[in-house]
Each structure stands twice: as C-alpha cells, then as structure tokens.
Ligand binder design. Structure first.
Ligand code: BGC
Length: 739
C-alpha cells in the first residue's frame, strides 16, 4: 500500500518567533527588558498564593491583606503574579479592594510592572460570591451545544473580570478516559473531536477578540499534557503514554486551545512514562513552543517545581529542580508559599546553569500577556463593573445549559411524570446544592453547603415546587457511604406512587476525591434494591462527577437520568425534565462502564472486539433519550471517492416522528477499515445539535475533508493512507474510498 506522509497544519507549524519590531507592544516589552535587573526578571517569573500576603487565618468575609507582607512580595521579591483565594469566595467589593491594594504597592516599585492576578474560574467565577455557577465541564460537554458552552465562558469571563481578575486557569483540555480520576468532571469527556470543539468555543468565549476588553480574561490551557490518564486512576500518579497516542488522542484539544489564542499554559502535575510534566522539555519546548509556535507563557502547577526534588526525585536539590523546570521551558513558577524560586533561579543565573537568554525569553512572554491584557494601561479593577455584576440573563443562560446537560439514560415509559402524584424523594444527593456543583464551587472542595445561594433549588425543593409539597415526601434513606435509615425510606415508599432516588457522590476535587472502587457505594445500591422489592416504580437520578458503576440499579430502575454536575440551576432543570416541561436532549460525552474494569472507550481497537464482551458499557458514548422520536433516512455522500486534498459532503435526513418538539445531536462517525497502525472501531468527525417540531424534517450536512482522515502513523507523524472508509450516522452506513 502506498503511504503518504502529508504536511498537515496540525503538526507542521514552524516556530513563529520573529525579530522584535521597532515600535508597538513588542518594542515596549524589549525596552522594559533592557531596563530590568536580573532580580526584577526572576521576580516576574515568581507567583505566590494570596495566603503569603494575607493576615493569617482571616478567611472569606474576614480576609485582609497584610500591607507589610504585600510590600515584601512586590517591592523586595518583585513577584510578577499572585493567585487564588484563601479559603472561600470573596464578594466583588472585596476583590476590588484586594486588587487595588496590590496595585497601590506596584506603584511604589521602580518599573511599576503590574501584577498579574490568576484564579480558578472553572464553571463560572466560582470564587466570587453570588457568581453564576454553571454545569461543570463534563456536564457542559453533555449538552453537545457549542453555543451554550461559549455563552457560559463569556459570562464566566464577565464576572471574573468584573471581580478585577484578568486571568483564569481554565479551560481543562485533558481528555476524560480514566473514569476513576477525581478530576474526570473537569474534562469535556473522552472524545478528541468533541473536546477540541468545546475547548475552542470556551477559549473564544473567555477571550473574545481582545483580552484587554473590560469583560474578557486570558485563558490558561491545562494541564499540559497527559495528566488525565493516571494508570491507577488516582490523582497525580504516573501515566504511561507513547508519542503516537499522545499526538493522536491527548494533544489535539491542547493544540486546539492554543490555536484559538489561549496565551498561557499550565503544566501537567503528574508524569508520563517516567518524565514529570515539569521536566518534560520535549513537550514544552519542542512541541508547544517550537512546533505549535506558542508565544505566550507556561506556568507551573501548584508547588510542582519543588516537587521535582521532594516527590519525583529527578532533581537532587531544590536548586536543580528550578534549573530543570526553567530549562524545560517553564516560564513562571506557582511556588506558591515562599520566594525560594526567585532566590534559587538567581543563583542558577549567577553560576551560569541557566542562561540569561532563557530568563529573557520567559520574561518577554510574561510581559507580552500583561501587555495583551491591557494591564500596563488599566491595571485596576473597573469600578463600574460592580453594578453590572449580576444580570437575569446570566441565570437564564445557566438554566438552559443545565437543561441541555441532563441525559436520559433509560426510560421504560415512566417519564415524564404527571404532576400531583404521590412522590417519595430519597437518596443522599436529593437535598444539597453543593453536590450539583462539585469541586471548585465557592471553596476548593465545593462542599460548604452554607455558602450556596439560598434562592437556588435543590432537586428535592424543585420537585416539591413542581409536584406540590403535600404530594411529596422526603426521606434521605442513606448517606453516601453508609446506610442511614433504609427502612424508613421503604416504609415511606408504601404510600407513594413513584420513587425518585437521587444518588451519587459528594462534592470533591483533586486528590481528596480519590476512590478505591468505581461502583456506587453499597448502601446506595441496597437502598434501590430494597425499594424495588416493594414494586414501586423508581426513577434514579445520578448526581456526581464520574460514571459510578450501577450494579443492580439499572435493572431496578424504570428510568435513569444522568444529571452529572449541572450547577446551581440543576435542581430546577431536573424537575422540569422529570415532569416533562423540558424534553431532555443531552448525550453522554463518555462511555458509561458496566463493570469496574470495563474502561473501553467508544473508539476501541479491533483487538478489543475479540473478547466475549467487547465493550462492557452500561450506556454508550453519544447515548441519550428524548420524549420524542427521531427517524434517520437518506444518508448520502456527494461522491464515493475522495482525493487526498479533496472533501465530500455527507447528508442525512432527520425527522421528528413523535408528538413533541425536541433537540437531537446528529453524530457523524467514520471508520478507517485498514491502516498501518490498528485503527479505532470508529471516530467522531462531526456533530450538529438541531431542533425539530413534531413532524418536521431537516437535512443535515457535514463536510468531510481528507485531512480529517489523517492519523498518527508509524513514524509518529500525521499520515493519510488511501483505502476504504465507512461512514455512520445513527444506524445508517455508507462507504467511500480515499485515492
Ligand atoms: C490544580 C490546578 C489549579 C491550581 C491553582 C492545582 O492544585 O492542579 O488545576 O489551577 O492548583 O489553584
């Protein structure tokens, strides 16, 4: 077979470093660089957490900066960046005070270089009180709605910048293929195409065309790269990844976000194939900076440069750790508790183990982002934004996102429920807002129920409102991990027509969210078994960030709704779907495993097909039911051959043959029948979300170009290979040949 190694835009970009022009922002940066002392330069590369400059133990509403510590950080150590919130979310007013106080000190410094403040605005401006809390990424991905995802990003940017903060450590480009990983919910799911499109939309929403605008922020691509693939599923444990898999599956979403203009990148806190992220000069220097031409800066993750010495043991001393990371291409250190990085880097420069040219490169990149953000001209928060912080349309957008994030996994004629029937609501996640939001919600772990707004509805409260409180009873039944009073729930079920069981996980984030077993804890499974024995129809609603294995729950439930982490409007959206006010339209952005070792993604390999149970899914990727019915017909290809520079149009008719309006995600899959490296079963190459009235039919078209068929070949380069391909939309298939 003839092999063509093609030059594709994806992988072949040459470095775009140019000589600095004589005027404009780049000239301004060069002029500043010439004025800066080496101490000022290593200071720019240093980032500390707000605790370092705050009065100890004064959190949340009591938080206060310590003026002396602030002066030490900015005037003595010349730090370039500060991050985080100490403990819990602040009011917009307090954020303005903090940012203004920081700028007051900057103005006493020699060169008055603004401090870049960074925050984790993960699903909205989650560290500002009263900000809109959107669905977390895994649920945002379940909407398959690119416009909604972009809108969420715009509002997150608005409320973050309105708080005076110009930089968010988001979006996450890590692929979600390891369901045990406690950060699975921060990903846009398992698919490369879906995740790449959503991160692109997110970056565009955060940044607009000009990140210096009063309502825009700079995005940070993270965690570069391979962080999401820990072999054993625990956070910050080793991943084993070869270059081909990296380039084919892991890197494309990061590259998409960089191409969309994200000016900062955060490094993977773990290691791949023995190389810690912060020592991986191939990934940072060669791929990101040279191959992709990235001109922004690279920030470390929390304390991770130190950990090259203390944890990873690739650096015999803390100074070696600094040298290794900086020479690998890390431009800024999230130290974050002290100034040791600046001190050690200075020593490295003095002894010649880090050349000044590398320092200049890093500082140039940092100053460039500060310049792009307009911080040199407008370093202070925009006071007029305070009054505009909250708008009804923001909450409406959030409600729409929550509605479309809900995935109806199973429905044996039980849903939608008629209002006014006797309903028992049970389960550990029925009456909490924290669990609808998950980690990164007002606090890092997101589990401070008292901090959530009182005007938002839990699932229980929403069901009471929709169904009438008199018809609705609530008995918790079980805690997450232990049986509380299953008997009381069973007894209450006797008087009910229907049971709504809200199961799942508590709120968590990062390492505290590690689990030993992907199955839902035993008491929750037993609750459903005990209720099912009474013969009452059960709707199970799943709330949490991971697909926990359901065991007997699937067969014991007549209906199952995956709510994931739908955000602050999730309670209301769940009630609207249960009672049929809203027709569900979400689709799984991951394969829901049936067993704890059933981690097979939808694009599995032929080799996996040779086992008795090739897929082992409880529910497949892309699955999601509706209250109406969609019929697919007339799959057509504009040609049955394609040239290596050509494309074809694929069209299909979709008809709503049911009796109510609904949204459908039309998914285009392509299978390469043979290739030099064993091909995936199929790959998603396009999707469109459409809305159809009852009886309405639409023709949906996709353009498929030859470059979309490229894969990473034996030589680890993007390759096109002539041969036969199969196209699949719903249950229709067709074929074409690439010549
Ligand atoms: C996380 C990052 C986060 C950073 C700053 C780290 O622990 O891994 O995702 O951006 O903290 O809060």
């Amino acid at each position: 077979m003839l092999l063509l190694t093609c030059v594709l835009p994806m992988a072949s970009q040459q470095t775009r470093q140019r000589p600095a022009p004589a005027s404009g922002p780049e000239a301004r940066i060069e002029q500043l660089l010439r004025q800066m002392t080496i101490e000022e330069k290593v200071g720019q590369m240093t980032q500390v957490t707000i605790d370092v400059v705050s009065v100890p133990n004064a959190v949340g509403r009591n938080h206060r900066l310590d003026p002396a510590k602030l002066e030490e950080a900015i005037l003595k150590w010349k730090v370039g960046s500060i991050l985080n919130v100490n403990g819990e979310a602040y009011t917009v007013e307090h954020w303005h005070e903090v940012l203004n106080q920081i700028q007051d000190v900057v103005e006493k410094s020699r060169l008055k270089i603004p401090v870049l403040y960074g925050i984790d605005s993960i699903h909205g401006a989650n560290y500002t009180l009263d900000a809109v809390l959107f669905p977390n990424a895994i649920s945002a991905a379940a909407t398959w709605n690119v416009d909604l995802v972009k809108r969420a990003a715009e509002i997150s940017a608005f409320q973050t910048r309105a708080s005076g903060i110009p930089w968010t450590f988001y979006p996450v480009e890590d692929i979600g293929r390891q369901p045990l990983w406690p950060r699975f919910f921060e990903t846009f799911g398992e698919d490369v195409h879906l995740a790449s499109r959503l991160v692109t939309a997110y970056v565009e929403g955060l940044q607009g065309r000009d990140i210096s605008a009063r309502d825009k922020v700079a995005a940070c691509v993270k965690h570069y790269a391979g962080y999401s693939m820990p072999f054993n599923g625990k956070d910050r444990t080793p991943a084993i990844l070869d270059e081909r898999t990296l380039r084919q599956v892991i890197l494309p979403p990061y590259e998409a976000a960089v191409r969309a203009g994200a000016p900062t990148v955060m490094v993977n806190s773990g290691e791949i194939s023995g190389v810690p992220g912060h020592a991986n000069s191939w990934l940072i220097q060669d791929v990101l900076k040279k191959e992709w031409g990235f001109r922004g800066f690279v920030v470390s993750d929390w304390e991770d440069i130190k950990r090259l010495h203390t944890r990873d043991r690739v650096a015999p001393t803390p100074k070696d750790a600094v040298r290794i990371a900086v020479m690998a291409g890390v431009d800024m250190s999230m130290v974050p508790y002290d100034f040791s990085f600046a001190e050690l880097l200075l020593q490295c420069v003095k002894e010649g183990s880090v050349p000044v040219s590398r320092i200049d490169d890093a500082v140039r990149r940092i100053l460039r982002v500060k310049m792009q953000l307009g911080l040199f001209d407008r370093p202070r928060p925009d006071a007029s934004m305070k009054a505009e912080f909250d708008k009804p349309e923001f909450h409406e957008a959030n409600l729409q996102a929550a509605r479309e994030a809900l995935v109806l996994l199973k429905n044996e004629g039980l849903l939608p429920l008629a209002k006014g029937r006797r309903i028992l609501v049970t389960g550990p996640n029925a009456d909490l807002l924290s669990v609808l939001n998950g980690g990164w919600s007002l606090t890092w772990q997101g589990n401070r129920e008292d901090l959530f707004p009182k005007n938002k509805l839990t699932i229980r409260k929403a069901i009471e409102q929709w169904n009438g409180a008199a018809n609705t009873q609530y008995v918790k039944g079980v805690e997450w991990e232990k049986a509380a009073d299953i008997n009381a729930a069973v007894k209450a079920a006797e008087a009910a027509d229907v049971v709504v069981a809200v199961l799942g996980e508590p709120s968590y984030c990062e390492t505290p969210g590690n689990i030993e077993d992907l199955a839902l804890p035993e008491p929750q499974i037993r609750l459903i078994e005990a209720l099912a024995q009474r013969g009452k129809p059960i709707v199970t609603v799943l709330v949490g960030g991971r697909p926990r294995v359901l065991r007997t729950i699937t067969r014991n439930s007549k209906a199952i709704l995956w709510a994931g982490l739908p955000g602050n409007e999730g309670g209301r959206a769940v009630a609207e779907v249960l009672f049929g006010d809203v027709n569900p339209s979400g689709k799984l952005p991951f394969s829901y495993p049936r067993n704890v070792n059933g981690f097979t993604t939808y694009d599995y390999k032929p080799l996996e097909n040779t086992h008795d149970n090739p897929t082992g899914w409880e529910f497949p990727f892309g699955h999601g039911l509706s209250y109406t019915k969609f019929d697919y017909s007339d799959l057509k290809l504009s040609a049955n051959t394609m040239t290596r520079t050509g494309s074809i149009t694929i069209s299909v008719k979709v008809r709503n043959s049911g009796s109510r309006a609904g949204k459908e995600v039309v998914q285009l899959y392509v299978s390469d029948l043979y290739r030099q490296v064993s091909p995936p079963n199929r790959e998603l190459k396009g999707f469109q979300k459409i809305e159809l009235a009852p009886g309405e039919e639409k023709t949906v078209e996709f353009q498929l170009a030859a470059k979309d068929l490229a894969f990473v070949g034996l030589n680890n380069r993007w390759t096109l290979e002539p041969g036969d391909y199969r196209v699949q939309i719903a249950n229709l298939t067709a074929g074409f040949t690439l010549r």
